[in-house]
Design a protein around this ligand. Structure first.
Ligand SMILES: Cc1ncc(C[n+]2csc(CCOP(=O)(O)OP(=O)(O)O)c2C)c(N)n1
Ligand SMILES: [Mg+2]
Length: 337
């Protein structure tokens, strides 16, 4: 259920195709692949096999999976350093991602991007970005290109509550609305910019409230509910495809682990109680029990889905471990296009 915070130009009942049983099971598989992969990425990070920084989106899976279920070939996505979930939701192979995490030549960026810079042009993934607010202008440009070339493709821009304070976001939002560009700005509002609570970095509660100021609809959705995200994204994306311009879609969500992918750092910026409260709305557990209630997935089927996800990840880690590092003379390959 989206809220009624659509202040202008209401989305007039754009029908979103219902999800088939197979599509719902694929969504569950995708969320499980993300969560289990990220659990392993954290272990690899702690073992110093994933270098640099790694930012996990565990807890935020439904945002990426719900939106990705609406996208089609030729659509593009920009995301942030917290981008594993977007890549996997878009269909990146777990092998290519794990190898990239470990800096191996078989990774999606030949081992030269790492956790914060995953991209894949075939999937339309224009890249994760370490610059907070780096994605919106790129997505706006991709949307401009879609419109200029008269395609019906859409650009989708994932960013955080913190990024919604950056000038780059405001400029991109303004221009996208002015030119009615086919872009959907998806704010994954997890309540924190690094270790700063939202209330300490902006004077509003709902980022979607900023949308009317640019002349686009702002929609709020429960980011822990994959079907709600699918439906809200479905409307926004259909509107963008039909020439109706951009939407700011705010997904209320939460990251279970700290800003950088470790848990239990003993940081005091949020309480254990708060984390536990959000876990009660866990997107995977919630969706799984709904599928059980709807007789889409039995307990036995669910077990099988879990086991398959774990086996695929173990296989991907083995693949990554066995893969070579890039050769030194490949250093300057793929750097410039
Ligand atoms: C331009 C810029 N300013 C500051 C930083 C440091 N920084 C990295 S992540 C982050 C917080 C961003 O929070 P948010 O947009 O809510 O995304 P989240 O990490 O919650 O997914 C900051 C300030 C940066 N990487 N880039
Ligand atoms: Mg945030």
């Amino acid at each position: 259920m989206t809220s009624d915070k659509i202040r202008i130009d209401p989305l007039d009942e754009i029908p979103v195709p219902p999800l088939s049983e197979a599509a719902r099971i694929r969504m569950l598989q995708s969320m499980l692949a993300i969560r289990n992969s990220e659990e392993q990425i954290m272990e690899l990070f702690l073992a110093n096999l994933v270098r640099g920084s790694t930012h996990l989106a565990i807890g935020q899976e439904a945002c990426a999976v719900g939106v990705a279920a609406v996208l089609k070939e030729g659509d593009t996505v920009t995301c942030t350093y917290r981008g594993h979930h977007h890549a996997l939701a878009l269909g990146m192979s777990i092998k290519a991602m794990m190898a990239e995490m470990m800096g191996k030549a078989s990774g999606c960026c030949q081992g030269k991007g790492g956790s914060m810079h995953i991209s894949n042009m075939e999937l339309g993934m224009l890249g994760a970005n370490g610059i907070v607010g780096g994605g919106p202008p790129i997505a706006m440009g991709a949307a401009f290109s879609n419109k200029f070339r008269k395609t019906d493709n859409v650009a989708c821009c994932f960013f955080g509550d913190g990024a919604s304070n950056e000038g780059s976001f405001h400029e991109a939002a303004n221009m996208a609305a002015l030119y009615k560009l086919p872009v959907v700005f998806v704010c994954e509002n997890n309540g924190y910019g690094e270790y700063t609570p939202q209330a300490n970095h902006q004077a509003i509660v709902d980022v979607a409230d900023r949308a009317p100021g640019y002349g686009m609809p702002g929609v709020i959705v429960d980011g822990m509910d994959v079907v709600a995200v699918y439906e809200a994204a479905g409307e926004a994306i259909a509107r963008a495809r039909a020439g109706g311009g951009p939407t700011l879609l705010e997904c209320k969500t939460y990251r279970y682990y700290d800003h950088v992918g470790v848990r239990g750092m003993g940081l005091s910026y949020r309480t254990d109680e708060e984390v536990e409260e959000w876990k009660k709305k866990d997107p995977i557990a919630q969706f799984e029990s709904r599928l059980a209630e709807q007789d889409v997935l039995s307990a036995e089927d669910a077990r099988k889905v879990h086991d398959e996800a774990l086996a695929e990840i173990a296989d991907a880690i083995k693949f990554a471990e066995d893969s070579p590092y890039p050769e030194a003379d490949a250093l300057l390959e793929d750097v410039y296009a």
